[in-house]
Design a protein around this ligand. Structure first.
Ligand code: HAM
Length: 428
């Protein structure tokens, strides 16, 4: 027999971790609703061209990390699993003519993304993002709203000390000028560049600033800064975004080498890091403005901004600080029986209570009563419902496992009785 394993870079989320992820997903949904970002669902795969054109062919995400689906012979189209949500959301915006809706439109997407990344801690081939997009508002107010929303998520999720790094990477007016300066600068130091960076110099010089190669650190530190090359419109916008963040009391640091790994960005770019971990590769989340993407995917010129937060990394951060990732709610009651073999009677009582909306477990293995009661305490049930001879008169014993008391309750009253107890004890 072969021994099968989950594919490299993927993980099974066992119940405890899945409960942690569910808690983060609920928090994301409730924050989206609080801020007016409507939930949207887009396919897990798209035409490959949506990603190639949207994210950029020379990015790592498209060039190296795209999960391309083998085409079926009868289909001419090629598809790929989504490595992120923004390109798909914008494809949907254009496809459904959302430019005619009142602008801006604000969306929230929660779900798995796929990148053929080199697996390591915090870097998976299937991972979960909370993605937020505001399309149709040039800012600067919405830039600050989005950045503050992301920070609020970390605060409410319980991740301590999250730092906000911001930058402006200019627009189609000033970035070409800056790229020329950058090419000129790194060109002068060509001999010192590792091979990967030499290639970047040709296809995507901005990425040199994002180099993880320690040999590059000194060169990058002395490189011309984009913040000094911004055109007046971009400089004014960046200043206004920072003024909004100041007004909101959002602490941030301007990081001139923050350039992001996807090609669609313009102007505002930002990332969230755990304090002390800013130098590492592992951002908790990031985003920025992408004023050219709607047009690139076939729509009218439309300004937009958004972020994606990596939920797997939030779970890791919570584990690292020893925070409780999720608490599973114990059942209100556990049904047990004096006659181990009479599983039907136990199941019938449990089904009746469950139909009333109560959280009830039941022992269906024909164990002795004592063992059944052990199961009830192991699951931290508040009550045990004991079925015995009294059932012939329509009664059961209701034992309060926390208080240690016991009384006879008519079956017809049981649901009401338990519902009252549930209300005063906050059980599931
Ligand atoms: P991104 O920076 O590529 O941006 O990804 C956002 C976050 O997703 C990262 O900061 C990280 O937490 C998480 N992430 C990325 N790759 C992995 C991985 N292999 N394993 C675990 N977590 C990962 C975007 O995806 C943009 N779409 C964000 C955006 C939205 N910009 C504008 N709107």
């Amino acid at each position: 027999m072969p021994s099968f394993r989950a594919p490299r870079g993927t993980r099974d989320l066992l119940p405890e971790t899945r409960a942690g992820l569910s808690r983060l997903e609920s928090l994301a949904r409730s924050l989206a609703a609080r801020y007016g970002y409507r939930e949207l669902e887009i396919p897990l795969f798209e035409q490959t061209a949506v990603f190639e054109r949207g994210i950029g062919e020379a990015t790592d995400v498209v060039e190296k990390e795209l999960f391309r689906l083998a085409p079926r012979s009868e289909e001419a189209e090629s598809w790929a699993l989504r490595p992120e949500a923004t390109a798909g959301v914008v494809r949907a915006y254009v496809q459904h003519g959302m430019q005619t809706w009142p602008q801006p439109v604000k969306f929230s997407v929660v779900g798995p993304m796929f990148r053929y990344d080199r697996p390591q801690a915090g870097r998976y081939r299937q991972f979960w993002q909370w993605d937020v997009e505001a399309i149709g508002d040039p800012g600067p107010g919405v830039d600050a709203e989005v950045i503050e929303l992301g920070r609020r998520f970390y605060v409410e999720a319980g991740v301590p000390g999250v730092q906000v790094l911001v930058n402006s990477i200019g627009d189609s007016v000033c970035r070409p000028v800056y790229l020329d300066r950058l090419k000129e600068y790194f060109g002068r130091h060509e001999a010192a560049l590792p091979e990967l960076e030499l290639r970047r110099l040709q296809v995507n010089p901005l990425r040199l600033l994002d180099s993880k190669d320690p040999a590059m650190a000194a060169l990058v530190a002395a490189a011309p800064r984009i913040t000094e090359s911004l055109c007046e419109a971009c400089a004014t916008h960046f200043e206004a975004v920072r003024a909004h963040l100041d007004a909101l009391g959002v602490a941030y640091r301007v990081e001139p080498t923050l350039v992001r790994g996807l090609d669609y960005y313009s102007r505002t770019a930002f990332e969230y890091y755990r304090s002390g971990a800013e130098g590492q590769q592992q951002a908790l989340g990031g985003g920025g403005r992408y004023d050219g993407l709607v047009e690139l995917l076939g729509g009218r010129h439309t300004p937009a901004i958004g972020f994606a937060l990596g939920l797997d990394r939030v779970l890791l951060a919570l584990e690292e600080v020893g925070a409780e990732v999720a608490r599973e709610t114990p059942p209100l009651a556990f049904v047990v029986g004096a006659d181990p073999a009479d599983t039907a009677a136990r199941l019938r009582v449990a089904a009746m209570l469950r139909a009333e909306g109560l959280s009830v477990r039941v022992e269906l293995v024909p164990r002795k009563l004592g063992r059944q009661l052990e199961s009830a305490s192991r699951e931290h049930a508040h009550f045990a419902i004991i079925i015995g001879d009294e059932l012939t008169d329509g009664n059961v014993q209701l034992k309060d496992l926390e208080a240690g008391t016991q009384r006879l309750v008519p079956l017809t009253e049981l649901a009401k009785d338990l519902a009252r107890a549930a209300k005063s004890h906050h059980h599931g």
